[in-house]
Design a protein around this ligand. Structure first.
Ligand SMILES: Cc1ncc(COP(=O)(O)O)c(C=O)c1O
Length: 415
């Protein structure tokens, strides 16, 4: 493989559009299924998980982030493939993951809530840890003071800011990190050094920069070991950086008993953006948005019914490609409309079903309440996207039913 090639986005678009087979929908289902509809191809999920495991050399080195795999049936597929360590961000992701795996008989999981939660989320995480006593649940901290906020049943990872400038303590701030480790004591589980800012299009350049960021992380682990911290785990890298992190020769300098794991999550569904960054990497789009052509506003233009309320549009253009139709080029969506330029081939007929591969699959999945699951290329079930959106917890407020309104304010003016 050419490690330094910079992907050509237009060529990637064309190749992936050609290579992605649209789903087969039986006529009775096509006649009843409303669009836009999220489709999840479980065979491709299984193949993507197998590919990730192959690249990682087995489940021991993969801690997938389930911000992408928000459907319990998909989380269970990962566990059935042997994965026992996960990452999540939200309390709902933690709740759904633990419950879904327990229901499938898997209790001995290890979930890092890779987010520096504050406030009542800490109590919610502790309650979930108590409800799943065989699961190891841990959280990020970035200084000694916040260690005291972390409930006793929750483990601690030190969060290192390696240049993304989003969370964590700069890795050079060794004294603060050692102080946090001292405060954590035996609850220290390891170091979290996510390098999500490394998405250089040139793979050689990206690899060089990922490697350069890992040196100080391993030095920190050595300092922790020298200070008597328990042997732990270094968690790095999402989809753009994990191959580079895996290939870094410097891991041999980790102190005795320490392990390195990577945490790509997008790989489970794959998307156009990931394919651009690592063309031909062996992953296939597993989550598609089914849409219908609804309008022909002018020659050369057709509009589909999947706008930015069904298809994430924050990651650049085109926000999607059309499976099997490289001659259709999506343009900027509005909320319920996706204008598409017909640059080659026949325009789709009004009502024709088209399957879209999103540029950014994670927020796309979060937009759907339910998904149609496919096996053997055909629909087999409908599943809830259980871990989508956010929980409110149990605020001391009356909860209205779905169609309820508040009673009119007493003494208010009549309409
Ligand atoms: C902390 C953290 N870890 C891992 C990931 C997974 O990265 P990716 O979506 O590139 O697979 C993310 C993605 O947002 C993240 O924020």
């Amino acid at each position: 493989m050419d490690r330094t090639a910079t992907g050509d986005p237009a060529a990637t678009f064309e190749r992936l559009a050609r290579a992605t087979e649209p789903p087969r929908l039986a006529p009775d289902l096509a006649a009843t299924l409303l669009t836009p509809a999220l489709l999840i191809d479980l065979d491709r999920v299984r193949a993507n998980a197998a590919r990730a495991l192959e690249l990682c050399g087995g489940p021991g080195r993969w801690r997938p982030h389930v911000k992408t795999a928000k459907v319990p049936a998909v989380q269970v597929e990962l566990a059935r493939a042997g994965v026992r360590r996960f990452k999540c961000a939200t309390t709902r992701e933690l709740a759904v993951l633990l419950a879904a795996l327990a229901r499938d008989g898997v209790e001995d999981v290890d979930v890092l809530v890779a987010y520096p939660h504050a406030g009542p989320a800490l109590g919610r995480i502790a309650a979930l840890a108590r409800a799943h006593p065989r699961a190891a649940v841990s959280l990020l901290v970035e200084d000694g003071a916040s260690v005291g906020e972390v409930p006793a049943e929750v483990g601690i990872f030190l969060d290192v800011n390696g240049g993304m400038d989003r969370t964590g303590r700069p890795v050079a701030d060794r004294a603060a990190l050692l102080d946090a480790a001292r405060a954590a004591g035996a609850r220290l589980r390891g170091v979290h050094a996510y390098d999500g800012h490394r998405h250089e299009p040139d793979r050689g350049e990206r690899e060089r920069l990922v490697h350069a960021g890992l040196d100080p992380v391993v030095e920190l682990c050595a300092a922790l070991a020298a200070a008597g911290a328990p042997a732990g785990e270094v968690v790095t890298s999402g989809t753009p950086g994990f191959r580079a992190a895996l290939s870094w020769p410097g891991w041999t300098a980790l102190p005795e008993g320490w392990a390195h794991r990577v945490s790509p999550g997008t790989v489970v569904y794959h998307d156009l953006r990931s394919e651009e960054l690592d063309p031909g990497g062996g992953f296939a789009p597993a989550a598609l948005v089914l849409s219908r052509a609804v309008s022909r506003p002018r020659a050369g233009r057709v509009t589909l019914d999947a706008g930015s309320k069904a298809l994430a549009a924050e990651a650049g253009e085109p926000c999607a490609l059309v499976a099997g139709r490289p001659g259709l080029v999506p343009r900027t969506p509005s909320e319920e409309h996706l204008p598409v330029d017909v640059v080659a081939g026949e325009p789709p007929a009004r009502g024709e079903l088209l399957a879209l591969v999103p540029r950014h699959v994670c927020p796309t999945v979060n937009l759907a309440e339910e998904a149609v699951l496919l096996e053997g290329g055909a629909p087999v079930a409908v599943a809830g996207v259980g871990a989508r959106a956010h929980e409110l917890g149990a605020p001391a407020l009356p909860r209205l039913g779905e169609l309820d309104a508040l009673p009119p304010p007493s003494g208010g003016a009549a309409p």
